[in-house]
Ligand binder design. Structure first.
Ligand code: PHE
Length: 445
């Protein structure tokens, strides 16, 4: 009988890429680029991915692969009798906070897909864009209902388990997603007037960089690669103990980053070609883009493909977020998969509803001046994941040590990973990443 609790070699990579490529790439990245001055933000982001994210990714991979456990169990196994398992608990909590707003945006995507299938964004139906946005996002029931539908799709995949659920679906969804986004990007770049958008993406204006740009780029680099909250620990624990950590990490980081850039090339040229505002923030994809689809030749078809891509991207990430919580409940509390799933489903739907209501139906749902959804986004991406990532590298650099790091990267000397690479990554993990994270956190205050 095949083991349903482990990924195949290809499975680890598609599942990790599936987790990484998500709303972060298609919804969050383009609007952050718009809010933070275009190409300068992209350059900083690329530097952070190479210098900071990749070493963190390797650290998480090593922790998961060596322990073969959920994030909390992993730290318990690797540092028994210490308080390190709190880092795992912080991770599971971050997954919860993140998922409770992720499912809301996943619901908007589902709703927009359904509407595009009904050609509601086609000029023939003289759409009222603000009205549609308001109905999908700002009312009481439609957003909550679609959030629940999104959660049901997530749960159905997860019920299949690791190999016949997560791996099987990612193997189909990821290639589909890739071709969809690539096709839309090529189409958008061929539109007359698209050049302005390309220039915006690739010609940097460094005068726009501030402390906030840095923290936004750092937060996005964690968010987009699913770092600092035990997701990659969990997925790596489903990999075989002799998986090549470096190869998986590098492939995932490259796929995720190229995806973000391709998504940028799908969104920005279209925005510029039709005179949209690139700085329209979180509404960029849901409010600005549909108006562009209406004007674009074959726009109703592009709209369907785009929102399908958005939904697939959201689903493959949502399953990884929920799986972090499931792995924890199943392994630490000996719960059955179905019971754990029902529990998480219910809790997420409750908190997710609050996030959803904060978008307009209950305007008073604010924390520190931010609506509840933005607050959950900010808390998870810019605070919990940053602290989680910081503690993870400190754990590898100062507690687990270079010997174990080398053993896991080279699989006890059987893989040909150059010594200089191991030394360099370990040095970055031990000194560079903690210093940079702390500096950026201070700068943002
Ligand atoms: N990486 C996902 C995205 O880009 C979000 C995510 C974060 C998923 C953390 C899992 C864990 O949308």
């Amino acid at each position: 009988m095949k083991d349903n609790s482990k990924f195949s070699s290809f499975g680890v990579i598609v599942a990790m890429a599936g987790s990484a490529v998500g709303l972060g790439n298609i919804w969050r990245f383009p609007y952050l680029v718009g809010e933070n001055g275009g190409a300068a933000f992209i350059l900083i982001y690329l530097a952070i991915v190479l210098l900071i994210s990749l070493p963190i990714f390797l650290s998480e991979f090593v922790i998961g692969k060596r322990s073969q456990s959920n994030p909390v169990g992993a730290f318990r196994k690797l540092a028994p009798g210490s308080k390190w398992h709190w880092v795992g608990i912080l991770g599971v909590a971050a997954a919860f906070v993140l998922m409770s707003f992720y499912c809301v945006v996943g619901g908007w995507s589902t709703n927009y897909l359904v509407r595009s299938l009904g050609f509601q964004f086609s000029s023939a139906n003289s759409p009222d864009f603000a009205g549609i946005f308001s109905n999908c996002v700002e009312t009481t029931w439609p957003p909550i209902i679609y959030m629940v539908i999104f959660m049901i799709m997530t749960a159905v995949i997860l019920l299949g388990g690791v190999k016949s659920g997560i791996e099987k679906f990612c193997k189909v969804m990821m290639p589909t997603l890739f071709f969809l986004v690539l096709f839309i990007a090529i189409y958008a770049m061929c539109l007359p007037g698209a050049g302005e958008g390309i220039r915006y993406l690739f010609r940097p204006d460094f005068s726009k960089i501030t402390g906030n740009t840095l923290i936004a780029a750092l937060g996005q680099a964690f968010f987009s690669l699913s770092l600092g909250m035990g997701c990659m620990v969990t997925y790596a624990s489903y990999a075989s103990p002799d998986e090549n950590a470096t190869r998986c990490s590098v492939i995932t980081a490259i796929s995720d980053t190229s995806f973000a850039i391709i998504a940028g090339c799908a969104v920005m040229p279209a925005v510029f070609a039709f005179g949209g505002n690139p700085e329209s923030g979180p509404g960029l994809v849901f409010l600005t883009l549909p108006q562009i689809f209406e004007k674009m030749p074959l726009g109703s078809i592009v709209a369907i493909l785009f929102f399908l891509a958005l939904l697939l991207a959201a689903l493959t990430s949502a399953i990884s977020l929920v799986e972090v919580m499931l792995a924890y409940l199943i392994q630490e509390f000996k719960m059955k998969r179905g019971v754990a799933l029902a529990l998480v489903f219910a809790l997420i739907c409750v908190v997710g509803s609050l996030c959803s209501l904060s978008q307009g139906a209950v305007p008073g749902l604010k924390v520190f001046g931010m609506d509840f959804l933005s607050f959950m986004d900010y808390t998870s991406a810019n605070i919990m994941m940053t602290i989680g990532a910081l503690l993870t590298v400190i754990f590898i650099g100062w507690k687990l040590g270079k010997g174990i790091f080398r053993e896991e990267l080279t699989n006890h000397g059987t893989l040909n990973i150059p010594e200089w690479f191991v030394n360099m990554e370990f040095f970055i993990i031990k000194y560079v990443v903690p210093v940079v994270i702390i500096l950026i956190m201070v700068a943002s205050l």
